[in-house]
Design a protein around this ligand. Sequence first.
Ligand code: OSB
Ligand code: MG
Length: 369
Amino acid sequence: MIFKQVELRHIKMILVSPFVTSMGTEYDEEHIIVRVDGDGLTGWGESVAEGTPFYSYETVQTAWHILRDFLIPAILGKDLSGVDEAIALYEHVRGHMMAKAGLEAALWDAFAKSKNMSLSKMFGGVRSKVDVGVSIGIQSSEKELIHKVEGYLSEGYKRIKIKIAPGRDIQFIKALRKEFPDLLLQVDANSAYTLNDVGLFKKMDDYQLQLIEQPLGYEDIFDHSKLQREIKTPICLDESIHSLDDTRAAIELGSCRIINIKPGRVGGFTESKLIHDYCASMNIPVWHGGMLESGIGRAGNVALASLPNFTLPGDISASKRYYKEDIVVPEFVVNRDGTMDVPTKPGIGVEVNMKMLEKVTVKKEVFKL
Ligand code: OSB
Ligand code: MG
């Protein structure tokens, strides 16, 4: 395929409720929508770089710069036989995984459409439905949290993840475990603790948590290996994993027993698949993380999560859990049994709602030969 035009859109979508984490409070989500056009086909992707450098060093502005000045010029007008060939053209760009992942996603969509195949099929997916959970921000009280959890469980969600931060951790875990003895529960610290907190994590061992996500430094692998040796609950790494190499280091050092895969964090679906396959070979379960994506990003996430070693429910929730109105049709919904259907139509398998996309677009730039 020859891509003659690439379009970037800076979008801003208002969250249905503020998302509070150890990194701060988010009221809206800014991402980049990437559109590629070639051979009469259109591909869509989403770069999950946010407006702020609090989860990752990347932001909408840095990703825009890398896309505009390096990634898009590398592929524009080239005759490409597949996604691998595109990736090879910008391999020399270091880091900037979210910028790369946004473009790669749009290319995957276009190539899948050219083969009349769904993304799930292109990736080697084996499931028509994936198990999904919900990630809940820090609440103002235990009562408020229990109320939220009840609501999500009644919608069918299979597991609950709560965000924690120093001083807002063990009391919420205790309250939930008391109210819901059998709940599939996990926690995410987003790097808010240090090895000095090992006593606190030992206490968490009493509450049957499925996992503790990224308790220590956002680039750390070594200290996590020390913490994992001290506690029974599996550690799961998110922020620290940017590649297959990071994954190998973490598994071989014993820094975690579970891996969270986010395509945006590791540079795209291609690296995600390598990590998935390596973890499968090491008997390490993986699950699909989330970045509060719009339906465009979500479609790819659901497709990736249909691979066999995604054995734990993902942070893949219904469109309406995030936004009043999504930018795709149909919107993503959660089935009563806590699953989400994997799209079967070609590419991302959903249509972009152009009217909604226009409404959330803050800035647009078109690149042509
Ligand atoms: O750490 O998993 C995280 C959202 C933004 C940035 C980081 C994280 C998250 C979430 C939300 O937990 C997951 C979702 O998209 O539902
Ligand atoms: Mg996380």
